[in-house]
Design a protein around this ligand. Sequence first.
Ligand SMILES: Cc1ncc(COP(=O)(O)O)c(C=O)c1O
Length: 438
Amino acid sequence: MDRIQAVDFDPDILRIEEFPYIPPDVVYADFTGAGQCPVSVIRAYSEDLMTTLRGNPHSINSASLASTHRMESVRSRLLDFFNAGDEYDLVFTQNASHALALLGQFYPWDSKTRLILSEDNHNSVHGLREDARRVGAHFEYIEVNEEFRLQETFGERIRENRFLYPDANLVVAYAAQSNFSGVKQPLSFVRQAHEVNADVILDTAAYVPTHRLDLQSVQPDAAVVSFYKVLGLPTGVGALLVRKSFLSRLSKDRFAGGTVKMVTADEYVLRSGHERFEEGTPNFGSIPLLKFVLDFIEKIGGIDAIGRHVQHLTTELLKGLNDVENVQIYGPRTMESRGGTISLNVLRSGDECVPHREIVEAAGESNISLRGGCFCNPIVGAKALGLGSEEGGRLIQLAREADEIEMPGAVRLSLGLANTSSDIVRIIEFVRRVARKY
Ligand SMILES: Cc1ncc(COP(=O)(O)O)c(C=O)c1O
């Protein structure tokens, strides 16, 4: 079991001082959707904005240099934050999905490539299979068990693929932490994949807001991140953290402004490293805000301090929810290798789920923000609801006919830095109340 330590700051004071825009009677429990930004970060960035002339980077006038300097110093601080060493580069993207789209677009797929996906993935990872399919490559899914955990069979299937296809490009794609069940999937599969020369794409979007991603220790070939999930802002900025040797294997077969040194009527010469992939004007207005996000994380005791706080609250929440009758939790009911995301349904008359829309609306009436649906993780979502692969056709038919909000799904609670113990009490009371009503 992960060790739970006392929190490193006073969450009640933090909530009042740093999150005054979340009124005391409001509970925000959608942190896997988006983090919330401390006001000291917003103030520091506003001050920076108001005191600097900045221009479009990629030039040497002083306004341009001010932007370039701010962006590059953030890039280098982020590489340190993820303990990247010299092996990794960082490509700024719009979000995690954009980072995955770059991988899908430029990975050197061929018809012999074999893509091995965990079924516990966000749609933006599942989407890679369509890039594979386009060139006739093979893809296959590895199941999670009834606790939504990837099993040793994941490693076995990777090795089996290598044994059967010794010359194929093998690519493995999975999430370090599930945005559906909160399960932390073993990072050891990265090493296992490398032992048979497979490439690993690790989705760390739901992991990095509460965990330190140490690239030199985990060693994925590529990891993707959306920064608004860490502390709410900036939106529109993500990263592809990528091993330099892997980046140079991506076959960039197009150019745009910012990525190219020279273009003639017939030829072009691309820039190298991250510059090759950052098309057009980068988000120079928002990327520098990350300096203040990183300063804040340092000041509060590091990302692990945020993680411990979320672990502590999730322990309380799970304890409370485990005692409520007619609530089905999908995933571990203990804190073993799980993060602060809990998906559940309220049951009525036996096994029938109360529609998630009803619960989310009722929560809204009680000033509690939570999320309903499958959270873009539809294969695990269907599994949770007992809809086997044979029901896929019915779900596709339903998706063609019904409004998305009417699709079967679950209710997701996810915790973060701004939550306090009294939020947890409020959530448990609410779930108890709705479970009693049905
Ligand atoms: C695990 C996971 N991966 C990927 C994404 C996609 O992130 P974005 O929508 O910011 O691109 C999300 C978003 O919720 C996520 O939770």
